[in-house]
Design a protein. Structure first.
Length: 122
């Protein structure tokens, strides 16, 4: 008699994107909670797209409760930074890890602002 592995039915924790983006269109704030990676980067892109139709001159992306899971997550933050600059908006990045701060420096943010957890266009 051969034993066959039992395959799980239904979604597994790894199958479901584990990121939520809380968006406040009045203040221009996005709070990311969970893992920002290839499967979830579109949520940040969508949030920034929503911010583009507001009159907010400064956007805040709070990553205190988020982790950047791969290079797609870093690229999503870099894209948000570039989109803000193209539309003459400031981007404040709160709670950034050392990896995210280094990526922000490569994008031209001021070193002082990055050290304090904020990245604004020059």
């Amino acid at each position: 008699m051969a034993l066959h592995p039992v395959l799980p039915t239904g979604p597994q924790p790894g199958d479901v994107p584990e990121l939520s983006a809380h968006l406040d269109l009045v203040t221009g704030r996005v709070e990311l909670v969970g893992r920002l990676d290839r499967a979830t980067a579109h949520l940040l892109h969508d949030a920034v797209s929503a911010l583009l139709v507001t009159t907010c001159a400064q956007w805040t992306i709070d990553v205190n409760r988020a982790t950047v899971g791969d290079h797609h997550g870093l690229r999503a933050i870099a894209a948000a930074y570039r989109r803000a600059g193209r539309h003459h908006r400031q981007l404040v990045l709160l709670g950034a890890s050392a990896t995210v701060r280094r990526a922000a420096l490569q994008l031209g943010g001021s070193e002082h602002a990055v050290a304090s957890g904020q990245v604004c266009p020059n």
